[in-house]
Design a protein around this ligand. Structure first.
Ligand code: MHF
Ligand code: KIV
Ligand code: MG
Length: 257
């Protein structure tokens, strides 16, 4: 049985950090789940790291469902959370219910994640959670708004910090079971983490969060370029090149098969 959302809230109270990574296909989902990752996110970053788009905006709901189905086939234990893609929920609660309903019915994911914390999104989160659909929030840098805000750190001014804290509190009150804090000042992330009853999962938000998430291709050295806050734990891109060159050489030298 997969990890349930209420277990993550317990983990916050117990002070056990939550580990979250992204996946977009069966083999990596299986590796992440086997390695004991708590939450596997079918992030819309797959638009960039798996499909070669320049932003997350072109990803469709059908694309998302296709990838989430593959991910769920590889997962036994982790909670699978699926990003709702750009323009599959921004029209309002009715559109969001239809999109999230399709994700849960057609993929096996246990929750959805939505970007933003302004009042319309808060109302949508309330409607989804009341319908039994677990929702993770996402504030700070919200890449679906890249054309408005860019990717630079958020929450640097007192006004901006206040607004992000208020958004996070509103999402929590609306029933979100957790919230991603992306590229905000570390003091603000710490303040949100101590204020909210639900776990905060940071990315570029410092150590004082209840958990951490990164994009899997970034930690494995498979991304074209990674954000400044990512840490590379393996250089798989170089390994792949070496293996492909060794195979090529063997074929050209008639050493394989
Ligand atoms: N491979 C990958 N990793 C990610 O973490 C990621 C994606 N793609 N795509 C979707 C978003 C975009 N993310 C990003 C991308 C770039 C920066 C970055 O370069 N930030 C700079 C400033 C850039 C600016 O001002 O526009 C920084 O110093 O914070 C941050 C987050 C995080 N997400
Ligand atoms: C970076 C995480 C939080 C995300 O939203 C994504 O991968 O799309
Ligand atoms: Mg995302």
């Amino acid at each position: 049985m997969a990890i349930a959302t209420h277990q993550l809230i317990k983990r916050k109270r117990q002070g056990h950090p939550i580990v979250m990574l992204t996946a977009w296909d069966y083999p990596f989902a299986k590796l992440l789940d086997g390695a004991g990752v708590d939450v596997i996110l079918v992030g819309d970053s797959l638009a960039m790291v798996a499909l070669g788009h320049r932003t997350t905006l072109p990803l469709t709901l059908d694309d998302t469902i296709h990838h989430a189905q593959a991910v769920c086939r590889g997962v036994d234990n982790a909670l699978v959370v699926c990003d709702l893609p750009f323009m599959s929920y921004q029209e309002g609660p009715v559109q969001a219910m239809r999109s999230a309903g399709r994700v849960l019915k057609e993929t096996g994911a246990g929750a959805v994640k939505l970007e933003g914390g302004y009042p319309a999104i808060v109302e949508t989160v309330a409607r989804l959670t009341l319908s039994g659909i677990p929702v993770m929030g996402h504030v700070g840098v919200t890449p679906q708004s890249v054309h408005r805000q860019g990717y630079g750190r958020q929450g640097k001014t007192e006004d901006e910090g206040e607004r992000i804290l208020e958004e996070a509190m509103a999402l929590s009150r609306a029933g979100a079971f957790g919230i991603v804090l992306e590229n905000i000042t570390h003091d603000l992330a710490a303040e949100i983490t101590t204020t909210l009853p639900i776990p905060t999962i940071g990315i570029g938000a410092g150590a004082r969060c209840d958990g951490q998430v990164l994009v899997t291709s970034d930690i494995l050295g498979l991304s074209d370029r990674q954000p400044p806050f990512a840490k590379i734990y393996a250089h798989l891109g170089e390994k792949v090149t070496e293996a492909v060159q060794a195979f090529s050489q063997d074929v050209r030298d008639r050493k394989f098969p």
